[in-house]
Design a protein around this ligand. Structure first.
Ligand SMILES: Cc1ncc(COP(=O)(O)O)c(C=O)c1O
Length: 458
C-alpha cells in the first residue's frame, strides 16, 4: 500500500474518528497533527516534525518510544503466541508477570487479576471489595458503600466514575452512578478547609473529617478508593507526607478495605516503584495500568492480599467465585511487554537515575512559581503541575472557558513540545527515561509558552 499523504490521513481522521474528551466541532475545524513514529522521548508526525513528549503519551511512557529491547520482546512473543484466554487456561507470560509483580509490589499483595485499562483495574477493585464483604457475611454484608475523595479521578467506566470527584467530566452521568461517601481532598490548593494553604493543617483537617465520616459510616462501608500521594487528573494535587499512612491506619481501625489506584503513579513515577511504598503502606487492593507496559499496550492488573483472595474460596455451589473477566485478560503480548519493561527498569537502573531529574524539575518549578501568573506549583517525583491564575494574590482563576492551559500547550507545540493540560494546570509528566538535557528543553519551552500566553497581573 502506498504511503498516504498527511492530508489524506487528516481527512480520514476528521471524517471517521471520534476523539476522547474532545469537542469534535473544534477538532473538525483544524487539521490534526498525525503522529506516525516515535523515537526515544520524541514523537514524530507525518511531515517529519519532532516533538518532545512532555506528558508521556497520557502518562504511560516509561523508557521512551520504540525501545529496541521492548520491540524485540513483542516481536518474539508475536511469533510464539498472540493470545489465549485465561478462562480455563493459563499462559506462560501472564504467569511469569504475576510472579514478578508480586515480587516488586508492596509486601502482602500476592494475587494478580488482569484486565486491560486503568478504569477496569479500579472497577474490578471496587467489585472485589464489595463481594469480599458479602462473603464475610453477618454484619459485614451490610458494608456496601465506598468512601471516595473530592477531586479524585479513577477512570471513565461507571463504577470508576462513581468514585470520582470531578464534576466537570462526570456531572452529566450522575443519575447512572452509585452514591459514595465523599471525603475532602487534602491540599487541594483551593480547598475550603485550608484557605491558607498550610499543608500540615490541611492534612489534619482532612483526616479529622475522614475519621468522622468513617466513624459514622463504618458499618456500611466496604472500601475506600484513593490515588496514593498524588491526585492526577484532579490537577496533580500532591498529598502532604504521612497522609496516606494515616488513611491506611484509619481503614484498619474501621475495618474498611483500602483500594489504592496506582494507575498513574505506579511504575516509578513518584520516585519509587509504587507510590504506596514511600509511606510503607500495603493497600488491600491495588490497581495498575498505564506504565505497566511502559506505554506500549493496553494491560492492567488489580492486585489483592491473601485475606481478600481467601474470602472468595469455597465450594462452587457457594457462589463465591469472582464472576468478572475481560476477553483480553492476561494477553501474552501485553504481558511479555510488561516483562521487558521490568527488565529495562533493572538494566537501565531507571529508579536510581531519577533523583537528579527530580531535583532539576523541582528547581525549575520553584523558579516558575515566582511568575505572578503562576498560582501554585506541585511536584512529586517526576511529575509536576503548574497552576495558572489570573491573579495570584486573590487566586482568581482564569475562567475555564478561556482554556488558558490549552492555549499554553498549543503555544508549546510551536516550541517542539507535546503537552496536555488539566484545565489551567500545565502538566509535566515526561517519560522516566528523559535525559537532563531533554528535561531542560521541556521546562524552557513550558516557561516561554506560559510567558507568551499569560499576562502578568500587576
Ligand atoms: C489514577 C487513574 N486511575 C484510573 C485511570 C483510568 O485509566 P484508563 O484511562 O486506562 O481507563 C486514570 C487515567 O488517567 C488515572 O489517572
Amino acid at each position: 500500500m502506498p504511503e498516504l499523504t498527511t492530508k489524506t490521513l487528516q481527512e480520514y481522521d476528521q471524517n471517521y474518528v471520534w476523539h476522547p474528551f474532545t469537542q469534535m466541532r473544534d477538532w473538525e475545524a483544524e487539521p490534526p497533527t498525525v503522529i506516525t513514529r516515535g523515537e526515544g522521548c520524541y514523537l514524530i508526525d507525518s511531515d517529519g516534525n519532532r516533538y518532545l513528549d512532555g506528558v508521556a503519551s497520557v502518562w504511560t511512557n516509561v523508557h521512551g518510544h520504540c525501545r529496541r529491547e521492548i520491540n524485540d520482546a513483542i516481536k518474539k512473543q508475536v511469533d510464539r503466541l498472540e493470545h489465549s484466554t485465561q478462562l480455563g487456561l493459563a499462559n506462560d507470560q501472564a504467569a511469569i508477570l504475576a510472579k514478578r509483580l508480586v515480587e516488586i509490589a508492596p509486601t502482602g499483595l500476592c494475587k494478580v487479576f488482569y484486565s486491560d485499562n486503568g478504569s477496569t483495574a479500579v472497577e474490578i477493585g471496587i467489585k472485589m471489595a464489595f463481594q469480599y464483604q458479602q462473603h464475610r457475611g453477618g454484619d459485614a454484608a451490610r458494608k456496601t458503600r465506598f468512601i471516595s475523595f473530592r477531586n479524585a479521578y479513577h477512570g471513565d467506566t461507571l463504577g470508576a466514575v462513581s468514585v470520582g470527584g470531578i464534576d466537570l467530566f462526570h456531572g452529566v452521568f450522575r443519575p447512572l452512578l452509585f452514591p459514595t461517601i465523599q471525603a475532602p481532598s487534602p491540599y487541594c490548593y483551593r480547598c475550603e478547609l485550608c484557605p491558607e494553604q498550610d499543608s500540615e493543617r490541611c492534612s489534619r483537617l482532612c483526616l479529622a473529617e475522614l475519621e468522622r465520616l468513617m466513624a459514622t459510616h463504618a458499618d456500611e462501608t466496604a472500601g475506600l478508593v484513593i490515588e496514593p500521594l498524588v491526585q492526577g487528573a484532579g490537577g496533580m494535587i500532591v498529598h502532604p507526607p504521612g497522609f496516606l499512612k494515616r488513611v491506611r491506619e484509619l481503614c484498619d481501625r474501621h475495618d474498611i478495605l483500602m483500594i489504592a489506584d496506582e494507575v498513574a503513579v505506579g511504575f516509578g513515577r513518584t520516585g519509587t516503584m509504587f507510590a504506596c511504598q514511600q509511606e510503607g503502606v500495603t493497600p488491600d487492593i491495588m490497581a495498575l495500568s498505564k506504565g505497566i507496559t511502559a506505554g506500549y499496550l493496553p494491560l492492567a492488573a488489580t492486585m489483592a492480599t491473601q485475606k481478600v483472595y481467601d474470602a472468595f474460596l469455597g465450594d462452587y455451589r457457594e457462589l463465591k467465585t469472582f464472576f468478572h473477566g475481560h476477553t483480553f485478560t492476561g494477553n501474552p503480548i501485553a504481558c511479555a511487554t510488561a516483562l521487558a519493561s521490568l527488565d529495562l527498569f533493572e538494566t537501565d537502573r531507571l529508579l536510581e537515575s531519577l533523583p537528579p531529574k527530580i531535583e532539576y524539575l523541582q528547581t525549575r518549578l520553584n523558579a516558575l512559581e515566582e511568575l505572578s501568573q503562576v498560582g501554585n506549583v506541585r511536584q512529586r517525583g517526576l511529575l509536576g503541575g503548574i497552576e495558572l491564575v489570573r491573579n495570584r494574590v486573590s487566586k482568581e482563576p482564569y475562567p475555564w472557558e478561556e482554556r488558558v492551559g490549552m492555549q499554553v500547550c498549543q503555544e508549546a507545540k510551536k516550541h517542539g513540545l507535546l503537552l496536555r493540560p488539566l484545565g489551567n494546570t500545565i502538566v509535566v509528566f515526561p517519560p522516566l527515561a528523559i535525559t537532563l538535557a531533554e528535561l531542560k528543553l521541556l521546562m524552557d519551552g513550558i516557561e516561554v509558552s506560559i510567558r507568551s500566553i499569560t499576562t502578568p497581573d500587576a
